[in-house]
Design a protein around this ligand. Sequence first.
Ligand SMILES: [Zn+2]
Length: 424
Amino acid sequence: MRNFLLAGLLLSSFFVSAQLTAIKCGKLIDGKNDQALLNKAILVEGNMIKDIVEQSAIPRNATVIDLNNKTVLPGLIDCHTHVLLQGDITAEDYNEQLLKESIPYRTLRASVACKIALMNGFTTIRDLETEGAMYADVDLKKAINNNVIPGPRMFVSTRAINTTGHYSIGNSEFSWELHMPKGIQEITGADEARRAVREQISYGADWIKIYADRRYYRLPDSSFRSLVNFTKEEIEAIADETIKSGKFLASHAVTRDGIIYSLNAGARTIEHGFAMDDECMELMIKKNAYWCPTATVIDFVAEGRAKAGNPINAQMLRTLPAIFKKALQKGVKIAFGTDAGGFDWQKVPQAREFSFYVQWGMTPMQAIKSATTVAAELLDKKGLLGEISKGAIADIIAVDGDPLLDIKLLEKVSFVMKDGKVVK
Ligand SMILES: [Zn+2]
């Protein structure tokens, strides 16, 4: 009897969850094809895409969402964000947040950032460290997954790792009697490196993030260089422990010093990489690594930092377009990453990043793929995220007009479905 009841319950819940939705698409950019498709409808069941059909073949029992006046795309993926940061052009901006805002207060602000990202069509983000807010990114991810707050699907990296004394807030900025909060977890030595990775993973890190280089400078031949933060033993211990645990390593590396060091250790992604040279590009390709260029953040901070006496970002911004073009021609995998949070979530839409990529040589379709299929590959979620195809998760957005003609239209997303639920 009990078994019959259970079977009955399962059967009825099956019919409830089998509600079918058909999204009629004016134009469909599925993330895979090089052209937009016409007259298509996406069939969504639960949180999955069941099929893509001709509009004439929509089943009768489906609830129809008519987006025939829009272009429909996969939910966008930003591979480099900081929801727990609200803009830091200068050291003062950064210190203000770490010194005057408690972690609960910063988390409340982060929940607003999460909502902004989702409403702008970013249904997935890889959040690359909390900048001193410990494991609050794990809480945000949990709150989103439990429908406590609206937000994108999050891949989190918790605290990030750097070596002792090499990250803000700098001890010499304040009285040495004060114990300053740090934007990262400090380590010295291979054992502490392993401990940090194990600890972060135990608290819920999906990725491990390191800061590989610092103190950028320019040689007389105009090439950029920097100091490396880790000993070979330290960076190799981090990469080894990360990869052995089935996780991936993301490395903040701006010049060849940090980039080559990180790639040889086993980093999957290079963050920023503004001064990437030919040798770096070739190694990127050889190692099958991804580059997140974060053009939006360098554009946002360059002028303010130059005014504050540090012109290096402005100099890198001038050489970046040619580097981007060359990397694109050579075939470096470029994944969409903005560093949102490094710029103010409220002031700049993440989708501005697309315009830089297109200005610097990508076709609009290539730029869209950088934030869909390429980003999904980076996350090791190929086939599930970043595409509109049978068996993928139903993360679907739409814009008015054709973003292949005007990429800036992606800054005004008018429809968002995440996990099969319409949220905008
Ligand atoms: Zn960042």
